[in-house]
Design a protein around this ligand. Structure first.
Ligand SMILES: Cc1cc2nc3c(=O)[nH]c(=O)nc-3n(C[C@H](O)[C@H](O)[C@H](O)COP(=O)(O)O)c2cc1C
Length: 418
């Protein structure tokens, strides 16, 4: 019987254990988590989502306070078009986040940064450019372009001195999205270094419709993408992601043509994962019917989460002065519209509920939007219960090696490995 360790994944000049730990914002795929993957010769991913608040929390900077000070006058107002990010601050938060990660890197693996296009930050093009340039300056090994089609993203950094050294990858959920991406980037004369095919069982936002995600299947899309690349004589490693829960699932993906897998859900309960421990216990306690795909994300993408996430129907005042990462090019966010509609309906209410959308920046910052993968309810089978009834949190190395070496769909429990 084969295990994942029987294969190697080559990206650029690097021969890797074929496991990527996927980016999970906001700081769920923490530096500590990513470092484990690179130490074990795989790929770890940090996320650049809300990097200013992340560095404030981790490294005692004051980016959020400084921004709030500037925009006090728009608090409580509906028009947030004025609330802009300072590009120098974005660059410096990103530089701190990436440098503090890369300085601690060990092993022969790689560290990528997940860059979501949907974070428009009230100035989509300029902010995206600064986010990527600054990560490249700070020595990141690669950029995973996600949450968007990214038709113009690579062009924004084409003159950067590391443009040809840094690995670029795109996350797609269909062959069509990949074809469009490649067509639009043709003039750069630089192919992506990897392609992540993310199926409908993944965590976080989904690249499918709310009504049709059930109709798709990861291995079918993976085979389709691999066949097309071969037909075009394009040699780009394809990484399969979404619902890969065991080493055997991973081997099946590789047998379907993938060079490796991107996994995330199994690591959400790792000691090194950025979620607070009590939230990890919520993931561990969850049942299958407690997981839903809904439309409350202001990004417009369907999102999978636990139904008991505190963020659902919360109804807080929009907090764009502190965050504002989802403001589009016109300074709008669909949460603001949903909030205002509720306020108009209940003008005298002290507290309102907004169920149509959630204030995702605030919810993610406070770890109150428990976004998760479709297999979250199986996490309890990957660990043991403590005498007090809580679950033991495994370390990331244990989970990584379980993917790497297990066979026959088996999962080794943390106390059975030294
Ligand atoms: C809690 C959580 C948060 C996630 N956040 C992001 C994100 O910010 N950006 C992104 O591109 N993918 C995100 N993902 C998707 C993962 O990177 C990964 O591709 C996917 O979840 C793999 O499927 P699996 O979780 O079933 O292993 C997230 C996944 C989870 C579980």
């Amino acid at each position: 019987m084969k295990c994942l360790n029987d294969y190697r994944m080559t990206i650029g000049d690097h021969e890797l254990v074929p496991i990527m730990i996927g980016g999970m914002g906001v700081d769920i795929s923490s530096t500590d988590l990513a470092l484990v993957a690179s130490r074990l010769d795989g790929v770890g991913t940090i996320s650049d989502a809300m990097s200013q608040t992340v560095t404030d929390r981790r490294y005692k900077t004051r980016f959020v306070k400084d921004k709030v000070k500037l925009y006090k006058h728009t608090v409580g107002k509906t028009d947030k078009s004025e609330v802009q990010f300072d590009l120098a601050h974005i660059a410096s938060a990103q530089a701190i986040h990436v440098t503090k990660t890369m300085d601690r890197k060990q092993g022969n693996g790689l560290i990528y940064i997940n860059v979501m296009e949907k974070l428009g930050m009230n100035n989509p093009k300029a902010t995206l450019q600064v986010r990527m340039e600054s990560a490249m300056d700070a020595g990141i090994d690669g950029i995973t372009l996600s949450a968007g089609l990214h038709l113009g993203s690579m062009a924004l950094v084409k003159d950067h001195p590391r443009f040809n050294d840094v690995h670029f990858g795109i996350i797609v959920s269909s062959l069509r999205a990949l074809q469009l991406f490649l067509r639009k980037n043709k003039s750069l004369n630089r192919l992506p270094n990897f392609i992540i095919v993310e199926g409908p069982l993944a965590g976080g936002h989904l690249g499918f419709g709310i009504d049709d995600w059930q109709d798709y299947d990861l291995l079918t899309i993976t085979r389709e993408v691999c066949a097309w690349l071969e037909e075009q004589q394009l040699s780009i490693p394809v990484i399969a992601a979404g619902g890969i829960f065991t080493g055997t699932d991973a081997v099946n993906a590789v047998e379907a043509g993938a060079a490796g897998v991107q996994v995330a859900t199994r690591f959400t309960i790792a000691k090194e994962c950025g979620l607070p421990d009590d939230v990890k216990q919520e993931y561990l306690k969850s049942d299958e019917d407690n997981i839903e795909v809904n439309t409350i994300s202001p990004t417009g993408y369907p999102m999978r989460m636990l139904k008991n996430s505190p963020a659902i129907c919360k109804g807080i005042q929009p907090n764009c002065e502190s965050f504002g990462y989802l403001l589009d090019s016109k300074g709008r966010c669909s949460y603001i519209d949903a909030y205002n509609a509720e306020v108009a309906k209940h003008p005298d209410a002290k507290k309102i509920e907004v169920c149509e959308k959630t204030c995702l920046c605030t919810a993610m910052r406070k770890f109150e939007c428990w976004t998760c993968g479709s297999t979250t309810y199986r996490l309890k089978d990957t660990t043991v219960k403590n005498p007090d009834g809580s679950y033991l949190l495994p370390d990331a190395e244990h989970i990584f090696k379980d993917y790497q070496f297990s066979v026959g769909n088996k999962i080794s429990l943390p106390d059975s490995v030294s």
